[in-house]
Design a protein around this ligand. Structure first.
Ligand code: HEC
Ligand code: HEC
Length: 224
């Protein structure tokens, strides 16, 4: 999707056109990597607007701003999620809106963030996962016992002094699928305090049903 936008914005050299024709022939035109110029521009904008909170190379800062170079995050984030989060920010958290950078600027930033991880984008599969079904009451017990330590008792995250983000926040939940939440809880995010909650290596070995219960609880409490 991003690459479709790039094509409209640059005058393409003959070489690039030939390459595009080859990609198009194999049906993979949008899988072509963004141009170096786009990534450089994204890096410049990142260093101007985001680095204070998200830190150099987007590694994040505990209790302040999440890592944006994290491979699990990038692998499950659709362009729509990233573009929308950057444009509108996350209301009620420390993440401000950046709509004033304009779509091309935000697209360039996303290209830069994607360049920080070589893990394939699996957001389409993740977002196509079925909706969570479960018991909000059981989910609340698990949330209070395990998740609230880092994410705050109401899921307010850093605002409540937690080390994790505001996972109970509407403007976050409205942008993510149950698949995004499920995979994050199962796999965690490497090199952050968000560890896996599944399997013997996890902080807690939650079953698939327990994970769904937590998701159902998060969605329910956000409506109240
Ligand atoms: C030891 C602290 C800790 C615990 C316990 C914890 N998390 Fe996290 N979680 C984090 C951190 C830290 C992040 C953000 C990663 C970063 O800083 O880059 C995160 C991120 C997340 C995200 C992604 C949010 C976003 O903004 O994209 C979800 C969803 C999530 N956690 C769910 C849970 C759930 C559900 C539980 C309980 C089963 C839980 N977490 C328990 C620390 C924790
Ligand atoms: C004033 C500090 C601040 C600035 C500046 C800032 N952010 Fe953030 N950002 C945050 C915080 C805090 C969060 C987590 C909000 C929460 O608790 O859910 C966040 C979350 C995000 C997320 C969601 C990550 C996830 O794990 O779900 C993205 C994407 C993001 N920011 C991109 C950017 C980009 C790109 C810029 C620059 C254009 C930027 N941010 C500038 C503080 C900031």
């Amino acid at each position: 999707m991003i690459h479709r936008m790039f094509v409209g914005r640059f005058s393409l050299s003959a070489t690039v056109l030939v390459m595009l024709a080859i990609f198009a022939g194999s049906g993979r035109v949008f899988a072509a990597p963004p141009s170096t110029a786009e990534v450089d521009e994204g890096k410049r904008l990142f260093n101007q607007n985001c680095v204070f909170c998200h830190q150099p190379d987007a590694i994040g800062k505990v209790g302040f701003a999440p890592s944006l170079s994290n491979k699990e995050l990038l692998s499950i984030s659709s362009d729509k999620f990233l573009l929308g989060t950057i444009r509108d920010g996350r209301q009620g958290t420390g993440m401000p809106p950046f709509g004033h950078l304009g779509k091309p600027g935000i697209v360039a930033i996303v290209a830069y963030l994607r360049s920080l991880s070589d893990v394939p984008n699996r957001s389409a599969q993740v977002d196509a996962m079925p909706a969570a079904k479960g018991n909000a009451g059981s989910g609340k017990v698990l949330f209070d016992q395990i998740c609230s330590t880092c994410h705050g008792v109401k899921g307010d995250g850093y605002m409540a002094g937690g080390t994790g983000t505001a996972i109970g926040n509407k403007s976050f939940l409205n942008r993510v699928s149950d698949g995004f939440l499920r995979v994050t809880i199962k796999e965690g995010r490497s090199n952050t305090r968000m560890l896996s909650f599944s399997g013997p290596e996890g902080i807690a070995n939650l079953s698939d049903q327990e994970i769904d219960d937590v998701i159902v609880y998060l969605r329910q409490q956000a409506k109240q």
